[in-house]
Write a protein that binds this ligand. Structure first.
Ligand SMILES: Nc1nc2c(ncn2[C@@H]2O[C@H](COP(=O)(O)OP(=O)(O)OP(=O)(O)O)[C@@H](O)[C@H]2O)c(=O)[nH]1
Ligand SMILES: [Mg+2]
Length: 482
């Protein structure tokens, strides 16, 4: 349900980034937006005539304090939008001023003097949602679009904004409604104790819907990676050169490097743009047997980061014996789920043993084959000197290649938002309860209840069903002026 929450007043805010700039835009939206703007916007020494306003038109003139001595505050361009053809769906005005902080502030004061109110965070977008300019998932995409810093996250946000995700949800919803109508039919005739609904059709519809929901849930891993950077865990035993590698990738001394085993205790995360893709590199505590409490906690974190990562860079010190190299590789290979993750085994410190490369690489190839069999496509083996930078180019190429393979494996619709993912998870659980209920012969009215729950969760994504609390938390995260 969308309520027209306090949109009977007119709001204003600076829509551009705070601070000094060439120009700034002040936004005004609400039933009296046009009147208020015309009181402070003058052409030829007179307030701009209201009856001249048509939608999508811009005018040049002056901002004037009408209550004072009519001093000109700034020369501006004013664009008028007429309801419902505006971003918010209300009468709106955008005033482009010179980007002085003083001018921006003073203009806001003038508008407030005319009766406007300062907008709350996200209030313009919230009004657009209330006026059905878009659904909730699309409103959230506005925030993602503004935050996008690379091609991939921009593409995903644009797709969501254009309604790609919402359409996928509509398909799901209509499937669920079909199931509900089959079950409700049965409910209507329950006293006659007849099963009207075709149970086979019902089951196959349920399975189909569940598969669809799960597919969307699965896309969250990649969606999240695109939005927040693909998580790349740098792992290995102590002193293998993990922190040296992090620094080399970032091109700065971010992590402490030393020849003391166990230097890194906590994880260190840094996001970096590599050829247009965001990677989130995570340097971890080196893995070894230890009784030291803090180090132990650090190592537990390392294991958690390994399971959360899409890509694992497993560092192995290649100055060790072949037997030790094999054991290190086995240890890492056993920690990876190659169905979900890609592993890059890096034989580090190649500068110290320039002749051993081929032998070590062959050894790791056969070890990988033994442990993961046909999934070997998900394991890369390379030599590297994190210290001299030799092999770093090749590693960066490999990372781009892995990212391209990840991208090629998904549909256009990706779930990128935790709130959406959780709603899908609840919907999936409800659907599971429906299937189980049918199998166990649970009374149809209880099964129908689970179905309604599934519908409720899907509806909560697009905002068909929302509470004030949910809306407040979503729009509260926007900046003022959005
Ligand atoms: N020769 C050489 N030395 C390296 C290389 N990479 C790292 N080292 C050295 O190995 C030692 C350990 O490096 P770190 O980067 O601190 O190793 P780490 O894996 O982060 O170690 P922990 O944090 O203790 O787990 C340092 O003395 C580095 O200078 C390399 O490619 N070649
Ligand atoms: Mg370290």
């Amino acid at each position: 349900m969308r309520t027209s929450f306090f949109s009977d007043d007119t709001i204003c805010a600076v829509a551009t980034a705070p601070g000094m700039a060439a120009i700034a835009v002040v936004r005004l939206s609400g039933p009296t937006a046009h009147e208020m703007a015309c009181q402070v916007f003058y052409q030829h020494g007179k307030p701009f005539p209201l009856d001249k306003i048509k939608g999508y038109q811009s005018f040049y003139g002056n901002i004037v304090d009408p209550s004072g001595n009519h001093d000109v505050l700034d020369e501006v361009v004013v664009t008028f939008f007429k309801a419902p053809h505006s971003f918010t769906g209300e009468d709106s005005v955008e005033i482009s001023v010179h980007g002085s902080v003083y001018v921006q502030q003073k203009l806001l004061e003038l508008l407030i003097g005319q009766g406007a109110r300062m907008a709350m965070p996200g209030e313009f977008t919230r009004r657009a949602f209330v006026n059905r300019k878009f659904d909730l998932a699309q409103a959230e995409a506005v925030a993602d679009l503004i935050a996008s810093q690379n091609e991939a996250s921009h593409r995903v946000a644009m797709n969501q904004l254009k309604g790609g995700f919402s359409k996928a949800l509509q398909v799901l919803r209509s499937k669920l409604l079909e199931i509900t109508s089959l079950i409700e039919l049965e409910l209507d005739f329950s006293e006659e104790d007849v099963e009207f609904a075709d149970r086979t059709q019902l089951r196959s519809l349920l399975d189909e819907t569940q598969t669809h929901v799960k597919k969307l849930m699965d896309s969250f891993r990649l969606g999240n990676a695109i939005k927040n950077g693909i998580p790349v865990a740098i792992v290995g035993e102590t002193n293998t050169g993990k922190s040296t590698l992090l620094n080399a990738l970032l091109g700065e001394d971010r992590a402490i490097v030393s020849d003391i085993a166990g230097t890194t205790r906590d994880t260190i995360e840094e996001v970096m743009n590599l050829n247009g893709t965001m990677f989130r590199f995570i340097d971890t505590a080196g893995i070894r047997e230890t009784e030291e409490t803090i180090e132990k906690i650090g190592i537990e974190r390392t294991f958690r980061k390994i399971s959360e990562a899409d890509i694992v860079l497993g560092l192995i010190d290649m100055t060790q014996s072949l037997q030790a190299i094999k054991e290190s590789a086995e240890f890492i290979l056993n920690k990876i789920d190659t169905a979900q993750q890609t592993l890059v085994l890096l034989l580090n410190k190649s500068d110290l043993c320039p002749t051993a490369s081929a032998e070590c690489v062959d050894l790791l190839k056969s070890t990988a084959c033994e442990i993961i069999g046909q999934n070997e496509g998900h394991v890369y083996i390379q030599t590297l000197s994190a210290k001299t930078g030799n092999g770093l180019d090749q590693l960066q190429k490999t990372l781009s290649e892995i990212q391209q393979a990840m991208n090629a494996n998904h549909d256009a619709v990706l779930v990128t938002n935790l709130r959406h993912y959780e709603a899908l998870k609840h919907a999936s659980e409800s659907l599971h309860a429906v299937s189980k209920g049918l199998e166990d012969g649970i009374p149809t009215d209880l099964v129908a209840q689970d179905l309604r729950e599934a519908l409720y969760y899907l509806g909560s994504i697009t905002g068909e069903i929302t509470t004030e609390e949910v809306l407040g938390s979503i729009f509260g995260r926007f900046c003022i002026g959005k």
